[in-house]
Ligand binder design. Sequence first.
Ligand SMILES: Nc1nc2c(c(=O)[nH]1)N[C@H]1C(S)=C(S)[C@@H](COP(=O)(O)OP(=O)(O)OC[C@H]3O[C@@H](n4cnc5c(=O)[nH]c(N)nc54)[C@H](O)[C@@H]3O)O[C@H]1N2
Ligand SMILES: Nc1nc2c(c(=O)[nH]1)N[C@H]1C(S)=C(S)[C@@H](COP(=O)(O)OP(=O)(O)OC[C@H]3O[C@@H](n4cnc5c(=O)[nH]c(N)nc54)[C@H](O)[C@@H]3O)O[C@H]1N2
Ligand code: SF4
Ligand SMILES: [Mo]
Length: 751
Amino acid sequence: MTEESVTRFATCPLCEATCGLALEVAGEEVVKVRGDADDVFSRGFICPKGASIGELHADPDRIATPLVRRDGELVAASWDEAFAAIAEKLEPIRADGDRNSTGIYLGNPNAHTLDGLIYLRALIKGMGTRNIFSATSVDQLPKQVACASMFGTGLTLPIPDVDHTDHMLILGANPLASNGSLMTAPDMRGKLRAIRKRGGKVVVVDPRRTRTAEVADEHHPIRPGRDAHFLAALVHTIVTEELTDPGELAGHVAGLDEIGEIVAGFSPEAVAATCGIDAEDTRRIARELAAAPSAAVYARIGTTTQEFGTLASWLVDVLNVLTGNLDRRGGVMFPLAAAGQTNANGAGGHGRGFEMGRWSTRVRGLPEAFGEVPVACLAEEITTPGEGRIRALVTVAGNPLVSTPNVGRLGAAFDELELLVSIDCYLNETSSRADVVLPVLSPLERSHYDLAFYQLSVRNIANFSPPVLPPRAGIEPEWRTMLRLAGLFAGAGPDVDVDEFDDMVALEVARRETVTEGSPAEGMDPAEVVAALGERRGPERVLDLMLRCGPYGAGIAGRPGRGDDVALSLDELEDAPHGVDLGPLEPRLPGVLRTASGKVELCPPAIVADLDRLAAAIDRDRDGLVLIGRRDLRSNNSWMHNVPHLVRGKDRCTMHVNPADAERLGLAPDGAAAVTSRAGSVVVPVEVTDAIMEGVVSIPHGWGHDAAGARMTVAAGNPGVNSNLLADEELVDALSGNAVLNGIPVAVAPA
Ligand SMILES: Nc1nc2c(c(=O)[nH]1)N[C@H]1C(S)=C(S)[C@@H](COP(=O)(O)OP(=O)(O)OC[C@H]3O[C@@H](n4cnc5c(=O)[nH]c(N)nc54)[C@H](O)[C@@H]3O)O[C@H]1N2
Ligand SMILES: Nc1nc2c(c(=O)[nH]1)N[C@H]1C(S)=C(S)[C@@H](COP(=O)(O)OP(=O)(O)OC[C@H]3O[C@@H](n4cnc5c(=O)[nH]c(N)nc54)[C@H](O)[C@@H]3O)O[C@H]1N2
Ligand code: SF4
Ligand SMILES: [Mo]
């Protein structure tokens, strides 16, 4: 350690695991990053991405000023010039009076920033459009639709109690590469090992023998897109063999008597061929699941970004209910986060329930859910003439030209946009096409608190990190950019008073608290609530308010908080750099529910109706090759391939293919393959491996860094191919509209 270096602690914002980092900082340079051994949650665990956060921060390709397109080139500009340029292009579009002619795409990192989680609401409101898209519909939307239907809100998701479970059945997730998703849990390798050590069992269902499968007791390859069939067969077995045992849960569940009838057509024998799993194996897996003292069924992106995503997501929790594992220790449980957890507000126990399809997309008629529409529809909404056509698009922390289906078509559609504004730290494949690019601070230059991921955590934790480094000159905090843009889109011109807007945001959050039953602010004047928060401004003021009024809160303006033995406020968290442990997950039924009935809805009608589609697919297309994705520990979707440490070594953007398929197709082990789908084709290096089942090939997403105009120098040196040239925007999970990114029919030939 050099003399003048200091150690600062921060939560890693790069993925959902929320690891504590100990950063050695000399001046404004990060000289070393270790796991924070004292972090109350991660206890020193860290992955290569977290270890590279200093390199990410210092990346010379990071955008340093706003950029405005002049004569075809993006050139440096001041913030005022950038907003003036947006205003000029927006003027004729707004003059039409059609608010839906502007659209927005929100990328994944928004779920990891306070700015995104608190201020995007204002930007969306300012735009006043229904054309709201996000990475949600290439990700977890089906899980949210299923859970909202069963439990009442889209963020009431049962999370595996991995620290206590005796049995874990994992489908379509590879937490050893992804570090867990919809399951905030640093060090999943250690946690899975601990399950086995205490005599428990881990079973993995995945077309590939993943790193997670390698540390499990059992691995069952499954045909892509057939998880719902398999899960229905597990339910079938449990019901017909009379293994159902919901225990105390029964009183909280509606539809228990109907479920057997509903899955009657899905016996293990009936679906064995379509899944590629023997009926006897399925029966045994079901019996073991039911017999385990506690068990958690957990499924992730392999099961959501597929044709039957909502059905699969629903059946996962049907199994958790039938085996009595919902809301009990060692099963799947509902976290109680210190801030932002809407299912912890008010009286609870019942609510308005969930409604989707309040509007539909103009061209294809896909349903709205949670205020947004499926991104698989974006291209057609730009190119199809008529009222509501998207003429101006804003992207925030996203890279839709890499991340969403049929990027070939979408890229062509982007040519028709009259205005593209991107808020991003890189000139990626999307932002490099923008008319105006607005830069952001690095993750180390702003404060951090995981407003979203503590709501999905295997333990209740609160951890706040102040900025590790001072903000660099010339870059506005992202929340200020969002508010300024909100004002512009709302018609207030390019120079709104951002501080005044910020007060309005805080007032609105306060107002919601004042009308929330049981909140310490209930009945107060919102202005008085905000005044009580003192000098803080921006996201920190709002976070302080949420913490104070939350389930562990210190209270506000002399009013006592809801916390029993803790009294959280931002001051309190600032004094706890390694985080505050709020304990293991505790049962939350029925208070967590917001369904109209006040029960867990085991058989939501819209979901049950979709089983006809599932039944019809039993005997369909079993022969053709299908494409799936995969993740690598050192990638993060499309945006960390510019960090030298993370891209060293052999090429990772390859097509995995089973030896038998390689031979049949005439693919040489070191050769290349031409892969073609309805949407497009790519040429990709071949990697022959028996880790992938026959009939399936895998190409990771997030590559294809060879776009003209992009500025990610390191990434461009090893660009890989964009697998979403192959993903077909017409293939969606019919219920949710979520894109199908796994199980895409393809033809493969030597290239
Ligand atoms: N085929 C296939 N496609 C997939 C997937 C798959 O499994 N297979 N996975 C899907 C999933 S799960 C997801 S979540 C999506 C991700 O899709 P996107 O969110 O569209 O893509 P990312 O690669 O995460 O891009 C994030 C962008 O945000 C920028 N960024 C990082 N931090 C910040 C910040 O603080 N502020 C701002 N404004 N920008 C920031 C990065 O530079 C990057 O350009 O991809 C989806 N696409
Ligand atoms: N290192 C790294 N970590 C990440 C990310 C990253 O890009 N890189 N992205 C982050 C994001 S945005 C997300 S959403 C999460 C995702 O977290 P995970 O869901 O754990 O992601 P994956 O590692 O892609 O695991 C998905 C698995 O599904 C399998 N699969 C594909 N199709 C099917 C199918 O039809 N059925 C079944 N049963 N399995 C199938 C794949 O083989 C793969 O092993 O990861 C997050 N963490
Ligand atoms: S696992 Fe996720 S949160 Fe932990 S260090 Fe790696 S990227 Fe950061
Ligand atoms: Mo994601």
